[in-house]
Design a protein around this ligand. Structure first.
Ligand SMILES: [Zn+2]
Length: 325
């Protein structure tokens, strides 16, 4: 009998020990996984913050583009801006790569790569100290197919060809109506548009604050037909209030001296059809032979509020920016 009891006690002890070991082992696994899950949650949140920082860095950098190559001042500005935004959002080490357009003739985008070591807190019991998190963001310029806030002027593709042949010159934008024959023949003439209706007040307001509607590739517009010197002069004066000191070399991207105009092909019956958009910095208003003249400089890259659908529009330097990855 004593022998049986001793054996039973032994069994109880041994089984109890086995259960205790099993429970202890399970708890280590359970706590280990819980620790890893909690730390992965922290790491996941960190990568989210990191992605936001990289997205804003890429969008800030792309504003400085396009650039000819990675040796250009424009590309350096893009990298500087991206690094500045990354740093402001707590990312110290980022690398920037150029994204070229289809024929590799210019840089139209910036890819920003970031790495950060996220320290584990709980998973240290499993011997895991940190994890390196990698993320990237790419922002690219796309030729604007439509634009909001255009001024009621337009230029032909022939005019743009002569502007682009010497883009750093000061261009005398001579504002004319469809009744000015010179508009159709000479470079530097910009036709006045009748957006909404042909009234002088509507034209002046569109010049002053920009057309509120959207202008789109392929859209047919009516030209102004009457005398428009007065409304051009008034609209210009209203537009540049508070921006008299801004210069081509030193202005904010949203300075009202920056104007976006549709580039058009002339149709019969005093109408035009939009084929793209270009942007200018208006330096001053003068008058010459009874016509309004806006002395301006071409801007090779402007980001507008608009859209890019199928890329039908000709690239005259007005873009929308978009995160592409
Ligand atoms: Zn300004």
């Amino acid at each position: 009998m004593k022998k049986i009891l001793r054996s039973f006690n032994l069994l109880i002890r041994e089984e109890g020990g086995a259960v205790a070991i099993l429970v202890a082992a399970s708890m280590v696994v359970l706590f280990g996984f819980s620790a890893l899950v909690m730390d992965m949650g922290v790491a996941y949140k960190e990568t989210g913050k990191m992605q936001t920082a990289l997205d804003s860095a890429a969008l800030a950098g792309v504003r400085e583009l396009p650039a000819n190559d990675t040796g250009s001042a424009a590309w350096q500005s893009a990298v500087d801006e991206a690094e500045h935004y990354a740093l402001a959002n707590g990312l110290s080490a980022v690398t920037c790569d150029a994204v070229y357009n289809d024929d590799a003739s210019k840089i139209v985008g910036i890819r920003v790569n970031g790495t950060r070591d996220v320290n584990y807190t709980f998973a240290r019991i499993l011997g895991l100290n940190q994890v390196a998190v990698n993320r990237l963001a790419t922002a690219e310029l796309e030729t604007a197919d439509s634009a909001i806030g255009c001024v009621p002027l337009c230029a032909t593709d022939q005019t743009m060809n002569s502007v682009l042949a010497n883009p750093t010159q000061i261009i005398a934008i001579k504002v004319g109506s469809a009744s000015d024959d010179e508009f159709f023949t000479e470079s530097g003439w910009f036709g006045a548009l009748a957006l909404l209706n042909p009234g002088g007040n509507v034209y002046r307001e569109n010049l002053s604050i920009g057309y509120r509607g959207t202008l789109t590739y392929g859209q047919v517009l009516n030209m102004q037909t009457g005398v428009i010197t007065g409304p051009t002069s008034q609209g210009y004066s209203e537009r540049i209030i508070g921006h008299t000191a801004c210069t081509y070399e030193n202005h904010e991207p949203d300075c009202p001296r920056v104007v976006v105009v549709p580039i058009v092909q002339i149709l019969p019956k005093k109408q035009v059809e939009i084929i793209g958009f270009a942007s200018f910095f208006v330096i001053e208003y003068t008058e010459e032979g009874g016509h309004s003249v806006l002395n301006s400089k071409y801007i090779p890259g402007t980001i507008t509020t608009g859209s890019h659908s199928d890329g039908s529009a000709t690239d005259y330097g007005v873009y929308i920016s978009r995160l592409t990855e």
